[in-house]
Design a binder for this molecule. Structure first.
Ligand SMILES: [Zn+2]
Length: 176
């Protein structure tokens, strides 16, 4: 089971502690303050990112493929931060082209749930429900049917239009 309530609580706490009141949420900055450095480096296209954890030396690194679109890099960094906070991986966890919005053909159920949790964390973290509620109120739900409005909102949050659409639908503001 994906721990939806737990994940939202973790995100709420983080935003509160870091006094984040509006988008965009500074992923790398927050990750660093929690003990995980974020490194942006070019990599082969199917590699999105990774989380490296060295418990012995208390060092963690989040790697992000710098060749991807900045919005995607944000999502990858947030996804890895989700693993860092929610899961007990040792050593290295590598994410190759996770199908964010599709059900992945996961090798095992456990892995599948962890990936879903990391994706949900990333969505909650980059597009907090509270922030969106305010924005949607200002925009008006009708205007959410306009692709340009979605794009503008997505740019503001540093995510792709696809991710924003999915999030708005998840929160019940639009039909997908
Ligand atoms: Zn992952």
């Amino acid at each position: 089971m994906v721990r939806r309530k737990h994940i939202r609580a973790v995100v709420e706490q983080l935003l509160k502690e870091h006094r984040i009141r509006s988008a965009p949420v500074p992923v790398a900055e927050i990750a660093k303050s929690l003990g995980a450095e974020v490194h942006y480096e070019p990599a082969e296209d199917d590699l999105s990112g990774f989380l490296y954890r060295d418990r012995k030396h208390k060092r963690s690194v989040i790697g992000v493929n710098a060749q991807h679109h900045p919005n995607r890099q944000n999502f990858t960094a947030a996804h890895e931060l989700g693993h860092f906070l929610l899961h007990d991986f040792d050593d290295v966890h590598v994410d190759r082209q996770f199908k964010v919005w599709l059900r992945s053909a996961a090798s095992s159920q456990g892995t599948d749930i962890e990936e879903k949790e990391a994706n949900l964390f990333a969505a909650e973290f980059l597009m907090p429900a509270r922030f969106l509620e305010k924005d949607v109120e200002e925009i008006g739900e009708f205007d959410l049917l306009d692709e340009r409005v979605i794009q503008r909102l997505a740019d503001e949050y540093g995510v792709s239009a696809q991710a924003m659409t999915f999030r708005l639908s998840y929160l019940g503001y639009v039909e997908q």
